[in-house]
Design a protein. Structure first.
Length: 317
């Protein structure tokens, strides 16, 4: 990356205003690539600086990337893969997760990530007091919290009686893009995190271009984006990820609707009957989604991989 302090005359346009930057493949290229570590450091520092004052902040000077595969003690243990993990100069562990479709299992999955990251630090004979904090940052294309909360929500372990934070060892950040875009209709970007969110949102390409001309780091970010767009292999992966995210969203909705119907039926007519009705509705929704996938030309094996339908259910389509 450049160390320029003057405006960058090379930046004359955003690479492609239609380009969706909230994409797993692109986010990993931009923030997990070794020679882009400065981008990740700037983004994480922006999140920390934007954290509410009552939440303990962990100072970050530098970051190094970590292995994306979580440690498994036994071969049969469930595997876990992080999006963009990193470790700070003080040993604090960070994990940036990019989520482009609603997932009701998000907190359960990330609690698992936290347990593995936190536990991976402990070596035999070491004191538990030496364990470093873990912060998980969620960059979301949807609103996870439906209440009137800011676009950046921080969650920590809190004493429900005193309302005070018990420990700084676990912190979850939720960055909700729709809330940010709604906020930017009323004001301009004022913080470093605002700038990053504006970049990822693609909502106002001209404003991104304006601050990139004055900001060396974002100038480099746009140059990196142009290089990505010119790479055919990377763009194929980008479109594959977009398609996968779309269908995962469709399937997540189908499952959620089935579960919701089951809960409603359970409240009205009895828990067992409601649960059975919900499962039946979920399977029906999955079959309809699978039929749509096949009609769109998706390979049958890929459809079955996504939907987890049985061979018998697939044969009925």
């Amino acid at each position: 990356m450049s160390d320029q302090s003057e405006t960058n005359p090379k930046i004359t346009q955003v690479a492609d205003p239609r380009f969706k930057r909230l994409n797993d493949a692109f986010a990993k290229y931009l923030l997990a690539k070794e020679d882009h570590i400065g981008f990740l450091e700037d983004f994480v520092k922006a999140v920390i600086e934007h954290t509410p004052v009552d939440v303990p902040a962990h100072e970050v000077k530098t970051l190094v990337h970590r292995n994306v595969e979580l440690y498994r003690e036994h071969a049969k243990e469930k595997a876990g893969f992080l999006d963009i993990p990193a470790e700070s100069d003080s040993g604090v562990l960070f994990d940036l997760e990019v989520q482009t479709y609603r997932d009701d299992t998000l907190l359960s999955r990330e609690s698992f990530y936290f347990s593995k990251l936190y536990g991976s630090q402990q070596n035999k004979g070491e004191d538990h007091g030496d364990l470093k904090a873990v912060e998980i940052i969620n960059l979301l294309s949807y609103n996870y919290f439906h209440d009137d909360t800011p676009y950046h929500t921080c969650c920590a372990l809190v004493n429900l009686f005193t309302k005070k934070i018990v420990t700084d060892q676990i912190i979850f950040h939720f960055l909700e893009m729709p809330k940010f875009e709604s906020l930017m209709q009323q004001k301009k970007a004022s913080s470093r995190l605002d700038r990053w969110m504006q970049y990822f949102s693609c909502a106002n390409p001209q404003e991104v271009l304006a601050f990139a001309k004055q900001d060396p780091l974002f100038s480099d970010v746009l140059e990196a984006e142009k290089m990505y767009l010119s790479d055919d292999d990377k763009m194929r992966e980008y479109y594959r990820q977009n398609e996968n995210a779309y269908w995962k969203g469709v399937l997540a909705t189908a499952k959620a609707e089935g579960k919701a119907e089951g809960i409603a039926e359970g409240e009205a007519r009895g828990e067992a009957r409601g649960e059975a009705r919900g499962i039946a509705k979920e399977r029906k929704n999955l079959l309809e989604a699978a039929r749509t996938m096949l009609n769109e030309g998706m390979d049958r094996l890929k459809v079955q991989h996504f939907t987890k339908l049985t061979d018998e259910e697939m044969a009925s389509l």
